[in-house]
Design a protein around this ligand. Structure first.
Ligand code: URA
Length: 235
C-alpha cells in the first residue's frame, strides 16, 4: 500500500474534530435495511471484481436516490385517480449538476445518471503529487452555468478529506455557494467529514456508512480496500 503525506488523527482526535466541525448537524448517514447485505459483499476481500461492481451499483443506486431526495424540496399537492395526496417536489434537473471526483467517483456518477439522466455533469481529476504526497488538481470541467445550480459532488470513499476539500474549493471558485453543495459518498470517516466542514461548514454530506477511522496508509478501517481498483477490476 502507498505511503501518504496526510496526518492521520487518532479515533479520539477524529471524534472531537467531527463534533467541533458540526458533523452531527451536516451529515446524514443512511439507515436502509438493504445496505448491510450489500456492504457485506463489497467489504469482503474475497469478493471478485464482477460481484463487487454489481453489489456496489445496487448500493449506489439507493444512495443516489437518497441524495437526490436530500436536495431542497417543496410541498406539492396532487390528485391520485382515487383522491388527494400531499407530496413533495425537488428541484428541476436543469437546476442540478452531478460532479464526480475521477476515477472512483465516476461509478457513483453513473448511478446518479441512471436514476436522473437529465442532470448536467462535471468532472474533477485530483491525484496525489508524487513529490509532496499531497492531493493536486490536474483537470476540471464544469457546465458554464454551474454557479446557479445545486451540486451533487460524488466520491465513494472519504478518507482524510484532502481530495474532497480540493474539489469543493474548485466548485466554490467556479461560483457555487457552499450551501448548495451536497457531498455524496459510500464510506466516510469522521476525520474526512471534519476536514470538509472545517473548510466549508455549510456543505452537507450524505453517506451510506460512517466507518471507524484510518490506518497508517490512510485506508479506511474497516473500509473495503481501494474502491476504484475493486470496482474497475484494476487490482
Ligand atoms: N480510497 C479508497 O479507495 N479506499 C480507502 O480506504 C481510502 C481511500
Amino acid at each position: 500500500m502507498p505511503s501518504t503525506g496526510a496526518t492521520i488523527l487518532s479515533r479520539e482526535e477524529a471524534d472531537a474534530a467531527y463534533e467541533r466541525a458540526g458533523g452531527p448537524k451536516q451529515v446524514s448517514v443512511l439507515q436502509c435495511a438493504c445496505l448491510r447485505p450489500l456492504f457485506t459483499i463489497i467489504r469482503d476481500m474475497t469478493t471478485p471484481h464482477p460481484e463487487f461492481a454489481r453489489a456496489a451499483r445496487r448500493l449506489m443506486s439507493v444512495l443516489a436516490e437518497e441524495a437526490i431526495a436530500a436536495l431542497p424540496s417543496m410541498p406539492k399537492s396532487i390528485e391520485t385517480p382515487c383522491g388527494p395526496y400531499e407530496g413533495v417536489c425537488g428541484p428541476a434537473a436543469s437546476d442540478v449538476c452531478a460532479v464526480s471526483i475521477v476515477r472512483a467517483g465516476d461509478s457513483l456518477l453513473e448511478c446518479v445518471r441512471t436514476v436522473w439522466p437529465e442532470v448536467s455533469v462535471g468532472k474533477i481529476l485530483i491525484q496525489r503529487d508524487e513529490e509532496t504526497a499531497l492531493p493536486k488538481l490536474f483537470y476540471s470541467k464544469m457546465p458554464p452555468s454551474i454557479a446557479s445550480k445545486y451540486v451533487l459532488l460524488v466520491d465513494p470513499m472519504l478518507a482524510t478529506g484532502g481530495s474532497a476539500v480540493m474539489a469543493i474549493k474548485c466548485l466554490v471558485d467556479a461560483g457555487v455557494p457552499a450551501n448548495k453543495i451536497l457531498f455524496v459518498n459510500v464510506v466516510a470517516t469522521k476525520q474526512g467529514v471534519a476536514a470538509i466542514l472545517e473548510a466549508y461548514p455549510e456543505v452537507k454530506i450524505v453517506t451510506a456508512s460512517m466507518d471507524e477511522g484510518l490506518n497508517e496508509q490512510a485506508y479506511i478501517v474497516p473500509g473495503l480496500g481501494d474502491y476504484g481498483d475493486r470496482y474497475f477490476g484494476t487490482d
